[in-house]
Design a protein around this ligand. Structure first.
Ligand code: CA
Ligand code: CA
Ligand code: CA
Ligand code: CA
Length: 536
């Protein structure tokens, strides 16, 4: 070493700065391993704040600060540095050991005004759930390193954080500014880290962190969810289960108790598990509805009372247990849905039959005695807003005939009757008046026109309708494009298989009444059809 003592100055808290270069003198050949030197700090660097390296070009030792020094802890540091060659010393036999060359370095740490320091830098504060707003939950203070106390320091909460707490500017006291509740969406995590600033007189700041942790509280009392029960003659115990919105330890295990003294003497509760119990009658009790108040206590001591309604009944006749219990109410609702479905299906079936009947009569090849009764079977399709009985037959005078997409209109005073070509082909003429109903059907198929009328009961009607039917037949015959004829042929839908009657068209094959026995075995949906076409 050129010198045995060095003194340097460095500001506190600075890191990775070179503070000293230490030259050495070596008489060995330069730039050889014998002259290359290695420095070592052999004392005063227990905290490893310093490091020394060798500059290969100059063979100087370079002393650096690698960790911030603290003026308040130590104002100066004294290091002892040793130097060696990379190559071991070659000792002449019987000579003295070469003494190691050392040098001491005194490092003076210079004071810097620093911001206040929180102790600890992270403070955890546990808060019970649902405490009142403004509850003091702790104190968080910082010290100014220069003064060693908290005087003159003011505290703030850095903006843009969870808005749960406030800190007193002077005292550092921490209070809640909201009701902390883990059920609130933003508090579901149950904790939040909040950065707090401390500012000293000179405006230097230091930061610390408060970790607020919401401890679950006993907010809810347990309740029995299902309260309506039926108990039959077999007296099978009822399982009561309570629920509590809290987490452990403010939830299960629950303690159940019948709070009504009279009922407690006739009913008993036996434990099933932490959550549920069995409720059963103690001795012989009469059938009837029992309203049993049951209190449930959670592990935190919070009590909730629920009324359990037990319908103790014979269950031999189901109606006996009806009406007062939830299950049965639900059952009847289900039944209601099926009833509605059945009604809809029934309506559709009725419509189907109606269409089929129209089709059957419309074919006109059914040489059955279709009496005037046939008109009573759903065949009157009329938009009539009829005056009814008082309108006499002779009042019906054709005033106006319009052709509108195959439909005719007949006006009879205030009474309007429609003759309509319905669906894709069957012509239905319906006239209603004075309680008399008549049906006229016209069909054209494959160029052949067949006209069939159900038997007219009244000659007046015959006189009136005959010329009109003739006109209609004439119109049908005029249709040479077959388009209309096709329509007539497709007068009803195929209704599936399985019927003994096969199809409605089979009616045309039956010329004798005796051969129609199959009508007795028709499926229900064809029965009305059969009855409409056959007067039995
Ligand atoms: Ca310091
Ligand atoms: Ca300082
Ligand atoms: Ca300061
Ligand atoms: Ca609870």
């Amino acid at each position: 070493f050129a010198h045995s003592k060095y003194e340097v100055r460095v500001e506190e808290n600075r890191v990775n700065v070179e503070i000293l270069r230490i030259p050495v003198v070596d008489l060995d050949e330069p730039r050889s391993p014998a002259s290359a030197v290695v420095f070592e700090i052999i004392r005063g660097n227990d905290d490893r704040s310093f490091e020394i390296t060798t500059d290969r070009n100059t063979n100087e030792g370079v002393l650096c600060v690698v960790k911030g020094l603290d003026y308040e802890t130590a104002k100066q540091r004294v290091l002892v540095i040793a130097v060696n060659n990379e190559a071991p010393y070659m000792l002449v036999p019987h000579s003295q050991q070469v003494s190691q060359s050392t040098s001491s370095v005194t490092v003076h740490v210079m004071d810097v005004d620093e911001g206040p320091v929180f102790k600890p830098c992270l403070l955890r504060i546990d808060v019970k759930e649902c405490e009142d707003i403004g509850t003091s939950i702790g104190r968080y203070v910082a010290e100014d390193p220069e003064t060693g106390n908290s005087e003159g320091i003011c505290y703030r909460i850095a903006p843009g954080q969870c808005n749960w707490i406030s800190i007193d500017e002077k005292s550092g006291e921490v209070r809640t500014i909201r009701v902390l509740d883990r059920d609130v969406a933003e508090m579901r995590q149950g904790q939040c880290n909040i950065t707090v600033l401390a500012i000293d007189r000179n405006g230097k700041t230091g930061t610390g962190t408060i970790q607020v942790v919401i401890q679950p509280g006993n907010k809810n009392y347990p309740r029995i969810l299902k309260t309506d029960y039926i108990m039959c003659r077999d007296r099978k115990p009822i399982c009561l289960t309570a629920q509590d919105g809290d987490a452990s330890p403010y939830s299960a295990p629950f303690v159940y108790r019948i709070t009504d003294r009279n009922l407690a003497s006739s009913w008993k509760i036996t434990r099933h598990n932490d959550n549920s119990v069995y409720l059963s009658p103690k001795g012989d009790i009469p059938f009837g509805i029992y309203d049993i108040p049951v209190s449930v206590t959670d592990n935190g001591g919070k009590v909730g009372e629920t009324h359990v309604k037990v319908n103790y009944c014979d269950c031999m006749t189901p109606t006996e247990c009806n009406g007062s219990t939830r299950e049965l109410r639900e059952g009847s609702v289900t039944l209601g849905i099926w009833a509605i479905l059945a009604m809809i299906l029934g309506s559709l079936l009725l419509l189907l039959i109606l269409i089929t009947i129209c089709g059957c009569c419309g074919t006109g090849v059914m040489h059955r005695h279709v009496t005037d009764d046939c008109a009573n079977h759903n065949l009157i399709i009329s938009n009539t807003e009829a005056p009814g009985e008082e309108v006499m037959d002779h009042n019906i005078i054709p005033l106006q005939t319009t052709t509108d997409q195959g439909g005719y209109g007949i006006k009879t005073g205030d009474q309007q009757t429609f003759e309509s070509v319905k669906g894709r082909g069957h012509t239905l003429e319906s006239v209603k008046g004075g309680g008399h109903q008549t049906l006229g059907s016209v069909k054209e198929g494959g160029g052949q026109t067949v006209m069939d009328t159900c038997r007219y009961s009244y000659s007046e009607w015959h006189n009136f309708t005959h010329p009109r039917l003739g006109e209609k037949v004439h119109l049908c015959r005029q249709d040479e494009e077959q388009k209309h004829s096709e329509d007539y042929l497709l007068s009803y839908h195929y209704e599936g298989k399985g019927s003994l009657a096969g199809s409605v068209g089979c009616c045309s094959d039956q010329h004798e009444e005796e051969a129609l026995d199959f009508l007795d075995q028709l499926e229900p949906k064809f029965r009305t059809l059969a009855e409409a076409c056959v007067k039995r």
